[in-house]
Design a protein around this ligand. Sequence first.
Ligand code: SAH
Ligand code: SF4
Length: 349
Amino acid sequence: MMQKAKKLETKKIKNHIDDLIEKLKSGKINKSEITYLLKAKGNLQKELFEQARQIRQKYYGNKVFVRGVIEISNYCRKNCDYCAMRYLNKKIKRYGLTSEEIFSVAKQIRKLGIQTLFIQAGENLNMDKIVEGVLLKIKKELKINNIILCLGNRAKEQYKRFKQSGANAYILKIETSDSKLFQKIRHEPLRQRVQCLKWLKELKFKVGTGNITGLPGQTIDNIVDDILLAKKLNTDFVSTAPFIPNENTPFENKPYGNLNLTLNTMAILRIMLKDILIPTVSALEKIKKGGQLLGFNAGANVITVNFTPLSYREKYSIYSKKRFVVSLNHALDTIKLAGLNSDIRKRWK
Ligand code: SAH
Ligand code: SF4
């Protein structure tokens, strides 16, 4: 009798999980149901990740996209409370790569057979002309087709110049969809960021956005709204990273973002947005060894390898000593452990 009751209870839980996943797939899910999934543990979390992997498999098979990132400068005109590149941080040495240095790293990335070049920096207009020039050279001489920029807010005209120089994608994370929290921690209005995303779309860039999970002052409701905003923005990539309390920032003593909350967000995004590109970010590895593998297991299909010249990384502690720097070997090992394959082609010349 007892056993029968237990079986019935298990079946009831299973039906409830199936029902929630179906709602998530169709997008007809309400906020309290998303909250429930965000808190998933045990069997519910297992099922959430399993479904996320199945959907990734359906759209991408075993393929993982490897990006090569160069952090071209850590000068920044903004003062975000969570980021050590903020201009009020006088403890880091500032640098900007020359066009020759950027080109030489891009060549190294290309030679390794990596298909996507990712150029990232603090928000700093002084690099714009250098970026435009080097992009033209990279396009012409290295024939890299996927060039993603992550350089922050700009005027529409500047985005247009980046596009004309050869960039085809741009990442601009909304970080948090709560306009009050956004204003408080980035000291600028959220609507400007959203406006920039709209311009990028109008200019036919592939666009990426995303949030930080566990930002000081953020609630679970905020994360639900972040997920819904990502859906509404209908971008090509979306990422979520756990908050890392960086030294020399106002948030240096705040707690780390929660691993499970971040992984659950990734799985929910995968199931809801289906064919979107989702990276397993280095911050996951920072908060737990093997964290990026967990990211793949929760439905991610992108990993970014760091190619910023070592001399800059060492001399300038680019933005935080606390971060985990992804090497090509680490990325390839993680992809293998996840039972996936990278899109790296045969080495070039
Ligand atoms: N200046 C540009 C891009 C460089 S910062 C911009 O702000 O858009 C790149 C990303 O690093 C940001 O989008 C942010 O999401 C992430 N980041 C910065 N500090 C972080 C922290 N302490 N924890 C987690 N992610 C962080
Ligand atoms: Fe600058 Fe971007 Fe860091 Fe903000 S998150 S301080 S804009 S580099």
